[in-house]
Design a protein around this ligand. Sequence first.
Ligand code: SF4
Ligand code: SF4
Length: 127
Amino acid sequence: MSQIAFGRASGWKEAQLTYIVNESCIKCKYMDCVEVCPVDCFYEGENMLVIHPDECIDCGVCEPECPVDAIKPDTEPGLEKWLEINTQYAEVWPNITVKRDPPPDAKDWEGKPDKANLFSQNPGCGD
Ligand code: SF4
Ligand code: SF4
């Protein structure tokens, strides 16, 4: 996680910055993102990946690689829940750095709304 200091009239405040994976990844899990990350900070669940916020260096390289636009900077509004999920599950799921085949029905789940209730807490295989 990189840090940035914001100047304010009253002093300086440090904010933690990271990218996170959101619900668009659920059941798609194309894994194009894992091979470009310079610090290997993706972790694999049964049906989605997460980013470890403390390891992400906020480079942004992975964001355009995701075919379903599931990777976002946590500065975007409304992502608090997904920042929590990324933080929590990156601690317990296995690291993944090599792309495998996506789920056979990944295309069927692209762009589907309300996938959050399909989130699985189970770990994936990792590398
Ligand atoms: S590229 Fe996108 S859909 Fe594929 S695993 Fe990464 S975040 Fe998920
Ligand atoms: S922003 Fe950079 S460091 Fe963070 S997960 Fe993406 S590729 Fe890795």
